[in-house]
Design a protein around this ligand. Structure first.
Ligand code: 6PG
Length: 257
């Protein structure tokens, strides 16, 4: 593992492979959960969707991780969701259930899937925000997650905050919104930056050659080169850790080659 930069609350870590990147985040997950439960009796986590976290969730479900963690004290939320039923293969909750939640001793009452398949998405988003406000302890008026796991698309989107969707990108009041994403021609529900940036820890896990160009822009020192990337708006009150594999870091200054 090579931790290549740690400044101003942001740490960049590059691991040789996607498996090792997932393993690094798995260790970070365990530390954050144990510290949160020891300090506050519970831990609030938002899980990432997509395909990248599957390796991470499998890693966490492995017997070593599951026996060491206070799983029953973890509140699981989701950073975003697709407009498909909970049991649909493309559903982020369904993916996390298959890879992790079905394999560890969680408290099922502490799992909070987003219902992005609702006919009334605006109400569903407001209800999800209320559940977060009711469960996740607030500091300074905002619910403060102990850990938010995120991925990044090749266009620099994160959660379901996509380029050229100002109504969600610029949202400054609502913590969860539902919107139509033109480039997907689909509706999505997503946490917004006020909530993401209130977190104690945000971990962005980025692996694969197809993310190299977006990673190069995201990690560039030139602010103008990254301003179009939604992921560049991640500036959590706590710590931001960006974990990449060598393939995703190939075009960045962190290319260990
Ligand atoms: C989703 C995710 C999304 C994801 C990126 C990367 O619902 O798709 O939340 O933000 O993290 O699109 O997706 P991959 O991990 O599949 O590359």
């Amino acid at each position: 593992m090579s931790t290549l930069r740690s400044d101003a609350g942001c740490t960049v870590v590059v691991e040789p492979s996607a498996e090792q990147a997932a393993g690094f985040v798995g260790q970070l997950f365990k530390v954050v959960v144990c510290e949160a439960v020891a300090a506050r009796g519970q831990c609030s986590v938002a899980l990432a969707g997509g395909t990248t976290p599957y390796l991470l969730y499998q890693n966490l479900a492995s017997c070593g991780a599951s026996s060491e963690l206070p799983w029953g004290a973890v509140n699981f939320f989701f950073g975003d969701e697709r407009d498909v039923p909970l049991d649909h293969l493309e559903n982020n909750y369904s993916m996390a259930q298959r890879a992790l939640l079905d394999h560890v001793p969680i408290d099922p009452t502490r799992i909070h899937p987003m219902r992005a398949d609702s006919d009334d998405l605006a109400t569903a988003a407001a209800e999800y925000e209320k559940s977060i406000r009711d469960i996740v302890p607030s500091e300074g008026g905002l619910p403060r997650f102990d850990l938010i796991l995120l991925g990044m698309g090749g266009d620099g989107h994160t959660a379901s905050l996509f380029p050229c969707t100002p109504e969600s990108l610029e949202e400054s009041k609502r913590l969860v919104v539902a919107h139509f994403v033109p480039m997907l021609s689909r509706r999505r529900m997503t946490m917004t930056f006020p909530l993401l940036n209130a977190a104690r820890n945000v971990v962005l896990l980025v692996t694969g050659e197809d993310k190299a160009k977006a990673a190069q822009a995201l990690l560039a020192s030139d602010e103008a080169a990254k301003s179009h990337l939604p992921a560049s708006r991640l500036h959590p009150a706590g710590k931001l850790t960006i974990v990449l594999d060598a393939a995703a870091a190939r075009m960045t200054e962190y290319n260990a080659g």
